[in-house]
Design a protein around this ligand. Structure first.
Ligand code: FAD
Ligand code: NAG
Ligand code: NAG
Ligand code: NAG
Ligand code: NAG
Ligand code: NAG
Ligand code: NAG
Ligand code: NAG
Ligand code: NAG
Ligand code: NAG
Length: 534
């Protein structure tokens, strides 16, 4: 019975408008020795687990979840670190740490916050006013610059809103802030404040970031849900919620539908189905596959897609940006910094973004009395320190702490660690950022399915790229679409939650070839004429 139903579905799906409508029997013949499933879900991070739960909620239970790691959660990843007073280690988060934007009474709620509550995750609201500011001479009060930033940012927000609503050309965030009156270049204190307010979230400097989409993204999370960021310090690990949700549809971590420690090497896709090649030489054949691998994994061509992904897809993959965000954890034998302050901002005299934010976990409300502090770097500084030895980085950190606390003898470091996100084969970075030059249509090309191969993850979220909730919504959306197709909807409306996705091929710019003319400072009549004269 089940086979017959599957056969029927294949015929129905193969003949959707836009597909080449080849006989379904082709597929049945081609790959008889592969393991079969309806939906292959590539990745057991938030997007993959959410996609699987969405299918399961729709009574589609024939799926396989494949991940190269030995745990559920992907970039929600923790490690043990240092020791508490009883001599057992603390748990600290190497990846995602905050629930960003919670929800307000009567308003929409961030689904990650819903789950934070469901699993009773220990968490504390970050207080960004709990900050002391420093430079190379020690403590130096430049908090007035934070107020100045806030004033200029309000102007910038409105300007970015106008770009969006009036379909004006986007610009980069540097130009956007400059036009709003924020010009920090001559002042390292202002650069530190800018890093705190911009790079810390986006993992890229304003020069590299879209003004319109950077501000829209921030609005959509912090104005829509709420402006709170709750830091999770739960000693079970933040991924408790991902594992918990997985256990709502998997019988256990030994459920045969969960394949951990399993590396995907290749994906063959067509209008009829997808074949996934695993590192051990085996294969999985599916009606649909959802690739939730990070943008970094896609950019670094870890997976061999056959046929090669189309140009419209590759252009979007290459243009969107994968940022890196590195937390450097240190435990001392005492808390020599102010134990009641959450943040310590350092302005280096020569290098913007040089160990700029120090965050205390020893503070009440966190791992109180743990004597743990961590520095965060992003972008080019992440790449730099992730290439060098622990010892070199530790020495640099200690030199910064000595500059920040000139009257204190900094004690020995008792524990030290940091992840190297830019080098992780399964991530190649931390999370994505929207660059200048990426339109909404081009981003849609990053999201869109290619035949029966679908893409979901934080980077495919137009509204919440970079965030856990972005990964959640995208996993859910793609699985709802696949559900509509598998349920035999013969003529699905392509709408927000059903059917194949729209993509744009080609994508045009704003200037027609006729406008390359003398009036626009382009006297050589056309590129072709010029070539002909050579
Ligand atoms: C340092 C850091 C800090 C962050 N801070 C926050 C934060 O505070 N708040 C917030 O909301 N978000 C934060 N994020 C972003 C958040 O972690 C991500 O948005 C989210 O976890 C992405 O989920 P995903 O399912 O899209 O991708 P992933 O979690 O990357 O899941 C994809 C899975 O695919 C697997 N995979 C990759 N390649 C292969 C392969 N070839 N074969 C098999 N499996 C493969 C990976 O192992 C991974 O488990 C942070 C991320 C990092 C790294
Ligand atoms: C964290 O979030 C929950 C919501 O589930 C809240 O009730 C709880 O008190 C928060 N704080 C701590 C310290 O866990
Ligand atoms: C699946 O259904 C449960 C129960 O209604 C719900 O809590 C959960 O959010 C659903 N999952 C998704 C991804 O929509
Ligand atoms: C820093 O200066 C501001 C006024 O600009 C003041 O309100 C604040 O209390 C000062 N902070 C510290 C730590 O001295
Ligand atoms: C962001 O929010 C502000 C305040 O609500 C609004 O004025 C602005 O237009 C918004 N900008 C964008 C790009 O969404
Ligand atoms: C959560 O916080 C409470 C109160 O500090 C603590 O007793 C408990 O051990 C914590 N649980 C976890 C899992 O972190
Ligand atoms: C995938 O496609 C390649 C190239 O067409 C082929 O060599 C390979 O055998 C295919 N793999 C599977 C598992 O079908
Ligand atoms: C360090 O000590 C000197 C002299 O004792 C004092 O003048 C200075 O203010 C102190 N600096 C800090 C940052 O506490
Ligand atoms: C921490 O270690 C330093 C030496 O590195 C020592 O001087 C100091 O007394 C120690 N502090 C505590 C609280 O033990
Ligand atoms: C999308 O179309 C499907 C039918 O194909 C319909 O069931 C669903 O309600 C539609 N959803 C929206 C948001 O319009």
């Amino acid at each position: 019975m089940r086979l017959l139903a599957a056969q029927y579905l294949l015929v129905a799906i193969a003949c959707l408008p836009g597909s080449s409508c080849a006989p379904a029997s082709d597929q049945a013949k081609s790959s008889s020795n592969c393991r079969r499933t309806q939906v292959a879900i590539l990745g057991a991070g938030v997007a993959g687990i959410t996609a699987a739960q969405t299918l399961s909620n729709a009574s589609i239970t024939d799926f396989l979840i494949i991940d190269r790691n030995d745990y559920i959660g992907g970039r929600v990843k923790h490690t043990t670190f240092g020791n508490n007073h009883q001599g057992s280690p603390y748990v600290v988060e190497l990846g995602a740490n905050w629930i960003q934007g919670l929800g307000s009474a009567g308003g929409p709620e961030n689904p990650i916050w819903t789950m934070g509550k469901k699993y009773g995750l220990n968490n504390t609201s970050s207080n960004y006013d709990s900050i002391l500011t420093y430079d190379e001479t020690g403590e130096k009060n430049y908090t007035h610059l934070l107020d100045e930033w806030a004033d200029k940012y309000e102007v910038a927000e409105d300007n970015a809103g106008r770009i969006l609503s009036e379909n004006l050309q986007d610009t980069n965030a540097r130009a956007g802030f400059s036009l709003a009156g924020w010009k920090p270049r001559k002042n390292m204190h202002a650069q530190a404040v800018e890093w705190w307010s911009w790079d810390w979230e986006t993992a890229y400097p304003p020069e590299a970031s879209s003004f319109e989409f950077g501000i829209a993204g921030s609005n959509l999370t912090f104005n829509q849900f709420s402006d709170q960021n709750n830091f999770v310090w739960d000693q079970r690990g933040f991924n408790t919620f991902v594992i918990g949700e997985a256990s709502t549809f998997l019988s256990s971590t030994h459920d045969p539908r969960l394949l951990l420690d399993t590396v995907v090497r290749g994906v063959n896709y067509s209008d009829h189905g997808v074949t996934v090649e695993l590192e051990d030489g085996s294969c999985i054949e599916a009606d649909h596959a959802i690739c939730t691998f990070s943008l970094g994994v896609l950019q670094n061509e870890v997976v061999n897609f056959q046929p090669r992904l189309p140009l419209w897809k590759r252009e979007a993959i290459e243009l969107f940006q994968m940022g890196t965000y590195t937390k450097v954890f240190m435990q001392f034998n005492e808390t020599f910094w102010d134990p009641n302050t959450q943040y310590f901002l350092y302005a280096d005299p020569t290098t913007r973004g040089y160990y700029p934010v120090w965050q205390s976990l020893s503070t009440p409300g966190f791992l109180e009395g743990s004597n743990i502090i961590f520095a965060t770097v992003v972008g080019s500084e992440s790449y730099r320190i992730e290439q060098q030895s622990d010892q070199k980085t530790k020495d640099e950190c200690l030199a910064v702490l000595k500059a920040m606390f000139p009257n204190i003898t900094i004690p020995e470091v008792e524990a030290f660690t940091y992840p190297r996100w830019s080098q992780e084969e399964w991530a190649f970075g931390s999370y994505s950022n929207w660059p200048t030059g990426m339109t909404l249509e081009k981003h849609q090309n990053l999201r869109a399915n290619v035949n029966r191969l679908w893409f979901a993850g934080e980077a495919t979220s137009a509204e919440y790229f970079g965030f856990l909730h972005g990964a959640w919504f995208e996993g859910q959306n793609v699985a709802m679409r696949i559900t509509s197709l598998l349920k035999g909807d013969k003529n699905p409306n392509r709408n927000a939650t059903s059917g194949f996705m729209k993509h744009y091929d080609p994508l045009h710019g704003t200037t027609s070839i006729k406008e390359y003319n003398l009036e626009n400072g382009w006297p050589v009549s056309s590129f072709l004429d010029y070539a002909a004269n050579e």
